[in-house]
Design a protein around this ligand. Sequence first.
Ligand SMILES: Nc1ncnc2c1ncn2[C@@H]1O[C@H](COP(=O)(O)OP(=O)(O)OP(=O)(O)O)[C@@H](O)[C@H]1O
Ligand SMILES: [Mg+2]
Length: 272
Amino acid sequence: MTDNAPAPEHLTLEDLTVTHHTGTGTGRVVRAVDGVSLTVAPGEALVVVGESGSGKSTLARTVLGLPGRTARVSGSVRLSGTELLTLDDRALSRVRGRRIGYVPQDPDAALDPLRRIGAQVVEVLLRHRIATGRREARRAVPALLEAAGLTAPDRIARSHPHQLSGGQRQRAAVALALACAPGLLIADEPTTALDALVRAQVLDLFAGLLTTRSTALLLVTHDLGAARRIGDRVAVMRAGRIVAEGPADRLLTAPDHPYAAALVAARPGGPR
Ligand SMILES: Nc1ncnc2c1ncn2[C@@H]1O[C@H](COP(=O)(O)OP(=O)(O)OP(=O)(O)O)[C@@H](O)[C@H]1O
Ligand SMILES: [Mg+2]
């Protein structure tokens, strides 16, 4: 494999605002992300939590240049000095997958239903010239699937997405996102369809990448246990804004913002 040592990335958002303009003529505008500024440094995990509809996925997708057809975006998204909001589609598609790995909220959005898992991984490795040829790419597939917690990787590689369980599809989406060893990983609820054991495995995999490769991680989750386990910092979103931000330990154990406190208290089992 060539050029597989990733450059750690530094993500900086400044005053990022995303409005969705829906219902042509009716002028309905949803301010999904409202003046968000944040940074994720190499080797750091920022966990974004917040109630449903608070703008977490819109934030994640906008960083990838995929805010949606009806969206208008302003502010700044810089990846290690490169302004992403003004990149053209071609340049963006080189960043996506190579420098930024993305695990979408719905794993099926990451997977092509018509192609075998192995072929999809091969395609990503070839597209970003991580492997020099098809044979080399194929050889890399089992280890990539295994790293994402998939046992029997040869069988999984030969399977189409519909032949896998929901949890296996989610792990396949993780494998695809990590195939090119990106310097920034954005994962939107990557563990919701997983049982507790596999969830812990996937989080450990992420944590390992942070320490061994200095990957930066932007993790969206409802799971405050996951936030505590992996997060260096936590940002709490509400109605498009970040209403609280701080070290995971402090924010999740002694939240000083009433909304963050409510979120922690609402967690199943209460604050722990
Ligand atoms: N493509 C779109 N068109 C119009 N409105 C949208 C679009 N995507 C999101 N929205 C709206 O933007 C707001 C934020 O949605 P978003 O999906 O970012 O929230 P979320 O925090 O990820 O929620 P969840 O926890 O349920 O995944 C919501 O009001 C939602 O209805
Ligand atoms: Mg979401």
